[in-house]
Structure formats: structure tokens, C-alpha cells
Design a protein around this ligand. Structure first.
Ligand code: ARG
Length: 467
């Protein structure tokens, strides 16, 4: 069959290698549902403004529905010579019903593809956001199951101060919440209907763009239809894809950090958590190995997601107005980002549901009294000492303890007082871990009560049962 767009002007079809080089059906066929949805809405509007008769609309609708069922059932044959998903569906429709030849009235593939990819992106963002909520629930679940586990918090990967495990996990829930905000924001700007932009300059036909927008759900929060306001912009920009790719890349970066924490924690140097066998892999050579490959792959896949963002930016850079075939290259990049990030989020959530803390190892690491050196300085501050001086005094105490080969909690009150007379008998109580955890109760701190409150807030926000 001769490619649709070449009829008339051309005496031959494209050379075989040109066709192979320029086809997109091998990857854009996944837009078929959105393409059909857009076509049905467009045809409905064409009928309402008097361009299609009721019979023509009915034929087109039925034809598209039949084609949709065949595609869904895997019975539809995609033809590479028809280039892309838009021409494959339209050509097949036209082969079946004469009215199919009227469907492309007041429409170009340029605004059609801009429409399809926006429809696809909206669905994709909704699905991804649902998965991110699932990951937040997994984090909250792990934190709740081990609400009594304290670990050292780290800076510079050196033990710093004790935190509840839940506090560490909820840090990621917060990051993901901002990721969700960025995705919602990207969705809002993608949710504008470009159909009616035509190839570049709209149409002379009396179409109703707002009606199509309403039919396809391109409406703002108040239900007002949103349509692009400049036909050249409508067919040529893909900034909404860049925004999605950027939000997804940042989400992937957050996932990579969580993955790295898990990888460290399952290592025997930390030993803070264990992952069930089903979510780990073995080594082909070393029989004792149990590797956190899921976390490693999540970390590794971040590379391509960041790369996709760079590809998209570079694709758009310096493109002259308006549509250029370069834009066809947007799809594989955003498809890959969407698939990769969605799978990573889902697998991460599943892995966390099969992850368990090792309380003894956590406690052993967290009960190093050096982690409470800052609490000692705060103690001196409460007795009226300037913080800088308190920092110095506690530093001297730590140095002495090190010299004497003692833990901080093995020093006597007299030994503390030999460094500074401000220390009183109550100093030893400062080094009790439980009491220390109960002391950090300001908003956002890892205090016992505050972390409980945060867990409760998260459980309520995510609609989780219990507590
Ligand atoms: N497959 C094309 C794309 O993805 C559709 C638009 C083609 N438009 C054109 N003027 N050749 O961008």
C-alpha cells in the first residue's frame, strides 16, 4: 500500500532504507488508544459543527472501535510503510469506511501527535503518581513495623546522631511528596489541548476547539476548557515532556539514594536490615552471597533516566519553528523514562515490603555514646555556657575518654568535672539513649513523640489502617 501522505505529489514511495529510517510505528503504536480517543472526539466535534453527517460520524466511530478491539486483541497488523500509529489507524479506517477519508479534516499529524502524547502523558503521570503513593506506603509500613528501632544518623557517612529508623525512612516519603508535586505541576501544563493547531496555522474551517478539549478532559480545576493559544507553539514545543522527564529524573535520583542506603544497610559492615530471598539474588561463584540487585538496578537505571532528560533538551535545542521531524525522537526517550521510573518505584516498594530491620545490629550501632556528644553540649548550654565553649569542653571530654580507653558513659562525674566544673551529677543521665530520643521533640526532629506523630500523619494521608 502506498503511504497516505505521499498520494498526489509523489511519483514513488520512499526508498526502503528511508522508510526503515523514518518509521515510528515500531514504538509509537503504544499511543493507539490515545490516537483513537482523540479521533473520536475530533469526529464528534466535526459532526456538531456540521462537517460530518450523523451517518459519517457513526461509521467513523464504529470503525475506530472495531480497530481498537482488534489492536487490543493483538489481531491488528501494523504496517511499517504507513510510518506511524496515526497513518496506520486512519488508513485502515478509510479502507473499511468511506467516511474515514473525512476524519483528517481540519487536522494535521502535527497537532494530532502533539495531542496524543499529551493524552498519554496525563495517563502516565496518574499511573506513576499512584505507584509513588505505594512506595510512600511501603516506607511508612517499614517504619511502623520497626517503630522501636534506633539507628545512627550519618553525615559524611560518619556516625553523627541517633535517629529512629522511621525518621530516616520518612525523609524519603517527604522527598517523594515533592516529586508528586512536581509531577502534578507538569501534568497541569500538559493538560492543554493542541488540536486545531493544524500543521502550523490552524484551519479556515469553523471547528470548535473548546468542545474537543472538553470531550478529552482538557479542563482546569473549575471545569473550563484549556486549549493552546498559539498554533505554532501548539505543534512545535515539547516542553511539557521535558518537565515530566525532569520530574521523573529527580524522582529517580531520590530512588537511587534510597537504593544506596539499603545497599549499605544490608552489607555486613552495617547489617541493619535483611531482605527476603525473593528480592535478592545469588552469586554464580560465591555460594555465601546474597546480593541486593533490585536496589542496585534501581540505582543503575537512574543513569538512563537522567540521560533521557539530556536527550530531550538537546533534541529541542535550536530547533527552528515549528514542527520538525526531529520531534519524532521525543517518544522513545519519554517512553523509556516512564517505563523505567515506574518499574523502579514499583520494585522498590515491593522490596521494602520484604525488608526487615535487624534490631540488635541497629541498637549496637546507635548506642555508641559518642552519638550523644551534642546532647552533652546542649546540657552545658542549658546551664548557661555559650555553645561555642560547650562544644570545646565536650570535645576535650571526648579526647580524654579516648586517651583513657573509656566510653563516654563509663566516665565518672568527677572525671567530667575535672574538665569543667559546670558538669553536675545529672550529666550521666544525658547519655541514656531512650531519654535522649525523647528530648528531640521540635517539629521535624527525630524525637520519640514527634516521629510517632509524623507516622500517624503519614498513615492518615495515605489512608493506611491502624494507629
Ligand atoms: N510520527 C510523527 C512524529 O512522531 C508524526 C508527525 C508527523 N508529521 C509530519 N509532518 N511528518 O512526530
Amino acid at each position: 500500500m502506498k503511504p497516505v501522505s505521499r498520494s498526489g505529489r509523489f511519483s514513488s514511495g520512499p526508498a526502503a532504507d528511508v522508510a526503515a529510517f523514518s518509521e515510528s510505528i515500531s514504538f509509537d503504536h503504544r499511543l493507539w488508544q490515545h490516537d483513537i480517543r482523540g479521533s473520536v472526539a475530533h469526529a464528534t466535534m466535526l459532526h456538531e459543527v456540521g462537517i460530518l453527517s450523523s451517518k459519517e460520524l457513526k461509521d467513523i466511530r464504529k470503525g475506530l472501535e472495531a480497530i481498537g478491539s482488534e489492536i487490543a486483541a493483538g489481531m491488528f497488523t501494523w504496517k511499517a510503510e504507513l510510518e506511524d500509529v496515526h497513518m496506520n489507524i486512519e488508513a485502515e479506517l478509510t479502507r473499511r469506511v468511506a467516511a474515514g477519508a473525512k476524519l483528517h479534516t481540519a487536522r494535521s499529524r502535527n497537532d494530532q501527535v502533539a495531542l496524543d502524547i499529551r493524552l498519554w502523558l496525563r495517563d502516565e503521570i496518574d499511573a506513576l503518581s499512584g505507584e509513588v503513593r505505594g512506595l510512600q506506603a511501603a516506607l511508612v509500613g517499614l517504619g511502623t513495623r520497626h517503630a522501636d528501632v534506633v539507628i545512627p544518623g550519618y553525615t559524611h557517612l560518619q556516625r553523627a546522631q541517633p535517629v529512629w529508623l522511621a525518621h530516616h525512612l520518612l525523609a524519603y516519603a517527604e522527598m517523594l511528596e515533592r516529586d508528586l508535586g512536581r509531577l502534578a505541576d507538569a501534568r497541569r501544563r500538559a493538560n492543554v489541548c493542541p488540536l486545531g493547531s493544524g500543521a502550523i496555522a490552524g484551519t479556515t474551517l469553523p471547528i470548535d476547539r473548546e468542545r474537543v478539549a472538553v470531550l478529552l478532559g482538557f479542563c482546569d480545576a473549575k471545569g473550563k476548557p484549556c486549549v493552546t493559544q498559539n498554533s505554532m507553539d501548539g505543534v512545535s514545543d515539547r516542553d511539557f515532556l521535558v518537565e515530566f522527564a525532569a520530574a521523573a529524573a529527580l524522582l529517580a535520583v531520590h530512588l537511587s539514594r534510597l537504593a544506596e542506603d539499603i545497599i549499605l544497610w544490608v552489607g555486613s559492615e552495617f547489617g541493619f536490615v535483611r531482605i527476603d530471598d525473593a528480592y535478592t539474588t545469588g552469586s554464580s561463584l560465591m555460594p555465601q552471597k546474597k546480593n541486593p540487585d533490585v536496589a542496585e538496578l534501581v540505582r543503575g537505571k537512574t543513569g538512563r533516566v537522567v540521560g533521557n532528560l539530556m536527550s530531550l533538551l538537546t533534541l529541542l535545542k535550536g530547533l527552528p519553528m515549528t514542527y520538525n521531524r526531529d520531534l519524532q525522537e521525543d517518544k522513545e526517550r519519554v517512553f523509556d523514562t516512564a517505563d523505567t521510573v515506574r518499574a523502579s518505584v514499583r520494585l522498590m516498594a515491593a522490596m521494602l515490603e520484604h525488608t526487615h530491620a535487624v534490631p540488635e545490629a541497629c541498637r549496637a550501632a546507635a548506642s555508641d555514646p559518642l552519638l550523644l556528644a551534642t546532647d552533652l553540649a546542649d546540657y552545658l548550654v542549658r546551664k548557661g555556657m555559650p555553645f561555642r565553649q560547650a562544644h570545646h569542653v565536650v570535645g576535650a571530654v571526648v579526647g580524654l575518654a579516648e586517651k583513657w580507653g573509656k566510653r563516654l558513659d563509663q566516665l565518672t562525674v568527677e572525671e567530667f568535672q575535672s574538665v569543667d566544673a559546670t558538669f553536675g551529677p545529672d550529666v550521666l543521665g544525658m547519655l541514656n539513649l531512650e531519654a535522649a530520643m525523647a528530648r528531640r521533640e521540635i517539629t521535624g526532629a527525630p524525637g520519640t513523640g514527634e516521629v510517632r506523630r509524623q507516622l500517624t500523619t503519614w498513615r492518615r494521608r495515605l489512608g493506611l489502617k491502624g494507629r
